[in-house]
Design a protein around this ligand. Structure first.
Ligand SMILES: C[S@@+](CC[C@H](N)C(=O)[O-])C[C@H]1O[C@@H](n2cnc3c(N)ncnc32)[C@H](O)[C@@H]1O
Length: 199
């Protein structure tokens, strides 16, 4: 385990709340993403040869990205067992090292993750965030979209599982796929219209 930026001992507490049904939200918002979400992303988007998964959890996305030929810098505020996890509070990092950023952020801080990722990115770098479709709504996010218009929103044509604590079996057996997700793609500096596609 590496302490990349020297703030790896930061305490971070996320106070529940959300539409993840009636269950209490996992501390630090740990919901692992079903691999097909990343396979689908890689069918439609290309990234820098090395990418940064800045909230890597146990490495669900990292594994697939490696399989698709990408080197991955993996970091998280908690070590959840992803090999070579750098312990870092992403919101306190200061540079993206010219890497494209790909993650499923903690939903409670999704807007902050998007804004911070773009703030620290160089022009032309991509930021790909796996977010609820409802991220398109709300006044505060409207302001974010005016500052940083997404280049593309890839809407899933079928539901994708996000499993609390990585327990996919539990979710598969209960069929709990109530939430619609999309990949939101930003390219730093892009000021054009946002287009929508379906994957
Ligand atoms: C929704 S989970 C996604 C995990 C992984 N990206 C995936 O798709 O399987 C969000 C992750 O964000 C991490 N996290 C929460 N706050 C963070 C922060 N400030 N900086 C870095 N990681 C954070 C949590 O520990 C958790 O592993």
């Amino acid at each position: 385990m590496k302490d990349w930026i020297g703030n790896g001992k930061s305490v971070f507490v996320c106070n529940g709340a959300s539409n993840h049904s009636d269950e209490e939200r996992e501390k630090d918002d740990y919901y692992a993403t079903e691999p097909k979400a990343i396979y689908k992303l890689c069918e439609v988007e290309k990234f820098t040869p090395t990418v940064w998964e800045c909230a890597c959890g146990d490495g669900q996305m990292v594994k697939v990205l490696n399989e698709m030929g990408y080197e991955v810098v993996a970091s998280d505020i908690v070590d959840r067992g992803c090999p070579n996890t750098v312990i870092a509070d992403f919101l306190k990092t200061v540079t993206n090292h010219n890497l494209d950023i790909i993650t499923n952020p903690p939903y409670k801080y999704a807007k902050e993750f998007v804004e911070h990722a773009l703030d620290i990115s160089a022009d032309g770098n991509k930021v790909a965030m796996f977010l609820k479709l409802t991220f398109l709504e709300s006044k505060s996010r409207k302001a974010l979209f005016e500052k940083y218009p997404p280049k593309k929103v890839w809407v899933f044509s079928e539901r994708v599982l996000c499993a609390k604590n990585g327990d996919f079996e539990k979710y598969k057996s209960s069929g709990a796929t109530a939430v619609a997700y999309a990949w939101f793609i930003w390219e730093k500096g892009y000021k054009g219209e946002t287009t929508i596609g379906w994957i």
